[in-house]
Design a protein around this ligand. Structure first.
Ligand code: TYD
Ligand code: MG
Length: 454
């Protein structure tokens, strides 16, 4: 007979087929409980005992038009959603506590409500009076959004079923609890069960739900990571606490391009859209200082320019420091190794600091060349021409590899008043660029062209 139940650990989320006093994965005691949800009841019946319901199959081909998306009018949000909110979809908005998720979603709720969408905002963290106070501060006090303060998911689902709103916002999924799950709110089992109930409820009833999820830096409490595969769209709200810039990034989207970003600025009156992020990321740039290079990047479907800053200094430590903010530390190590091994530029006894200005996070390998140039410029204490941008991937041999969407990168640079670009040789360009293009085959060539005193 098939196994009918599964158990999971409330601490680490490991799934087992039988109960145990101690979790094999994380070693915690008394954390294994049977998985159950409202829809599945307490444990599932075995397949042999009960036949399933016959489901209707439908054709893939259909003449029905796609249901229209709800557009909030906050264009940075709509673009990240892939052109608006898809009806009956489930979204997760994750981010560090205090980064501005509740603010963003209250503004989104108000914007959707003003277009005529029926929106319910359920807070498990703040009293309705607190939410109202924030709405007043944001100038949204008259938005037709309905509020509730509740953490019991059974009550929330009953209410939503009666009210049938078009959009329900649940802030946050960590505060929700199901009475069928024997674990504390915020534990992996509760978060997973709550997210499962809410997403399947959304699909059944044609309601869109937006779940808010806190992620901690250490990831030690039940992060919403377990929820990511259940929802249609995962957005991360990121930014440095000391900066006003906030970036909403689609890391998964079943209805649009992933990696699309929306840029906001946190001000006294909430989040404001940043229509031209390149101009913003470059606004604090000091003109032509050693170690500063502008990278022409692509985020989702849009070119974004940002400044890469490097500092190379003699180290007082036995082990030199390698510190990166906004880029991948492993990739930095690779570039330093390539510079050492292929170009004979040593970094022994030197600390290397790398920073993407403005709190931006860059994931593209296309930033390799800009990073290498910033490091070389800092090391040689020699500035690069300030009116140039750079992009290109670096291979382990030190060769420069062309990257995608060069045309878009160049035209954004031109729009922002740059006059030239440093890029790999051999890339295909569809349009003739107005910029002065300096193409190079490998890093050695780059070194000779800009740092020939070496
Ligand atoms: P919040 O939306 O409560 O964060 P989260 O829900 O992600 O935990 O935002 C909290 C921070 O935002 C808080 O430090 C104050 C700041 N803030 C502003 O700067 N301006 C504003 O208009 C609002 C509402 C918040
Ligand atoms: Mg909040």
């Amino acid at each position: 007979m098939a196994k009918s139940a599964s158990f999971s650990c409330n601490a680490c989320g490991a799934v087992t087929s039988k109960w145990a006093g101690r979790c094999d994965s994380c070693g915690a005691w008394n954390t294994i409980t049977e998985d159950a949800g409202l829809s599945s009841g307490a444990g599932r019946g075995s397949l042999g005992a009960k036949r399933g319901r016959d489901i209707q199959l439908t054709d893939l081909a259909t003449a029905e038009p796609e249901p229209p998306r709800a557009v909030s009018g906050i264009s940075e949000l709509d673009r990240v959603l892939g052109g608006g909110l898809v009806p009956a979809s489930a979204l997760l908005v994750g981010g560090d506590p205090g980064i501005g998720k509740s603010t963003l979603l209250l503004q989104a709720a108000a914007a959707f409500a003003k277009t005529g969408l029926d929106v319910v905002y359920v807070s498990g963290e703040e009293a309705s009076a607190q939410v109202r106070m924030r709405a007043r501060r944001l100038g949204l006090a008259d938005a037709p959004v309905r509020l509730a303060t509740e953490t019991n998911l059974r009550n929330i689902l009953t209410t939503l079923e009666r009210e049938k709103p078009q959009l329900a916002i649940i802030d946050s999924v960590q505060t929700m609890w199901l009475d069928t799950v024997e674990a504390a709110p915020g534990s992996v089992s509760q978060v997973r069960a709550a997210a499962h109930e809410l997403t399947s409820f959304a699909k059944r009833n044609g309601i869109s739900v937006i779940l808010v999820g806190h992620v901690t830096k250490e990831g030690q409490i039940a992060g919403p990571r377990v929820v990511e595969h259940m929802v249609d769209t995962v957005l991360y709200f990121e930014g440095e606490r000391g900066h006003q810039f906030r970036i909403l990034r689609a890391v998964k989207n079943r209805f649009g391009p992933a990696n699309e970003i929306g840029v906001f600025e946190m001000g006294g009156a909430g989040l404001e859209e940043v229509v031209n992020p390149s101009a913003l990321f470059l606004s604090e740039r000091g003109q032509g200082s050693p170690g500063s290079v502008v990278f022409a990047g692509i985020e989702g479907t849009r070119p974004v320019l940002c400044e890469i800053q490097a500092l190379v200094a003699p180290t007082p430590h036995a082990q030199p420091r390698r510190t990166v903010v906004g880029w991948d530390g492993g990739r930095l190590a690779m570039i330093l190794a390539v510079l050492e091994a292929r170009c004979g530029v040593p970094f022994v006894g030197l600390d290397v600091y790398l920073n993407v200005a403005g709190g931006m996070k860059v994931n593209e390998p296309a930033a390799d060349l800009a990073v290498a140039l910033a490091i070389l410029s800092a090391r040689e204490n020699s500035e690069l021409p300030a009116n140039m941008v750079a992009f290109g991937e670096i291979s382990l041999s030190g060769a420069l590899r062309p990257v995608s969407q060069s045309d878009a990168r160049l035209s954004e640079a031109q729009k922002l008043g740059f006059e030239g670009a440093i890029l790999p040789q051999g890339g295909k360009l569809d349009q003739q660029s107005m910029l002065t293009l300096k193409t190079h085959a490998d890093l050695g060539d780059v070194l000779n062209a800009y740092f020939d005193n070496n």
